[in-house]
Write a protein that binds this ligand. Structure first.
Ligand SMILES: Nc1nc2c(ncn2[C@@H]2O[C@H](COP(=O)(O)OP(=O)(O)OP(=O)(O)O)[C@@H](O)[C@H]2O)c(=O)[nH]1
Ligand SMILES: [Mg+2]
Length: 223
């Protein structure tokens, strides 16, 4: 069975819930005490698909304007971009369009794009409807998911499964990615399929590293 290792970057405006979504996925909890990301934070998680195992190296970027210039460092060698906006802030949805244009300008390789509308629990404050977002996702070749880090009903997991599945497809489709995707093929299965959980699992949370211009900042509150 094949094991794929790839890089994921999480992009989106300040306060849309990028960190909450990844922390929700890894810890299965909602942590109100998370502060705005400084520079970027790094996480890893392993996801067992039926077809194989995928290890995601995830860079959660900071949405604050003062960190904007650092973003290329994280997206340039990424294989997947999670594009997160806030369903209650239409401006954050518009910002995704700028991110997509920037990625198209600066990244040569094919990237798996996953569009995420977060804060779906705030139903009465919603300003982006599902159809608008899903049409846009189709237009850029992305999958579309709605999530709530507060009361998750499976949306968060679907985001990371889509990222893992997209990476897997990428590894099978074309060879230009072989330098950036680490692939191990083993004759003896790395995971015995009988032992695999039916649903993906996450582990190895390394959220204690927040990096700003190479300076190690105070560890993150979550995980
Ligand atoms: N109601 C609701 N609030 C959320 C949700 N996700 C995040 N929040 C709140 O939104 C705020 C920002 O969340 P963060 O995860 O720090 O946002 P971020 O995108 O990482 O922000 P930066 O790191 O500054 O770019 C916090 O007050 C969270 O409690 C959600 O799904 N629903
Ligand atoms: Mg954050």
């Amino acid at each position: 069975m094949k094991t794929i290792e790839g890089k994921v970057v999480i992009l989106g405006a300040q306060g849309v819930g990028k960190t909450m979504v990844i922390c929700r996925y890894i810890t299965k909890m909602f942590n109100r005490r998370i502060s705005p990301t400084i520079g970027a934070a790094f996480y890893t998680c392993n996801i067992n698909l039926e077809r194989g195992k995928v290890k995601l190296q995830i860079w959660d970027t900071a949405g604050q304007e003062r960190f904007r210039s650092m973003a290329p460092m994280y997206y340039r060698n990424a294989n997947v971009a999670l594009l997160v906006f806030d369903l209650t802030k239409h401006s954050s949805f518009n910002e995704i369009k700028s991110w997509v244009m920037e990625l198209k300008r600066n990244v040569d390789k094919t990237m798996v794009l996953v569009l995420v509308g977060n804060k779906s629990d705030l139903v009465s404050q919603r300003t982006v409807d599902a159809e608008e977002a899903s049409q846009y996702a189709t237009s850029i070749g992305a999958s579309y998911h709605e999530t709530s880090a507060v009361c998750d009903d499976g949306g968060v997991e679907s985001v990371f499964v889509a990222a893992a599945a997209g990476l897997y497809d990428l590894s099978e489709e074309n060879h230009e990615h072989l330098n950036s995707l680490r692939i191990n093929d083993s004759i003896r299965s790395i995971l015995n399929s009988d032992d695999q959980p039916a649903s993906p699992s996450s582990e190895d949370c390394l959220a204690d590293r927040s990096i700003a211009h190479g300076i190690h900042e105070k560890p993150h509150m979550c995980c």
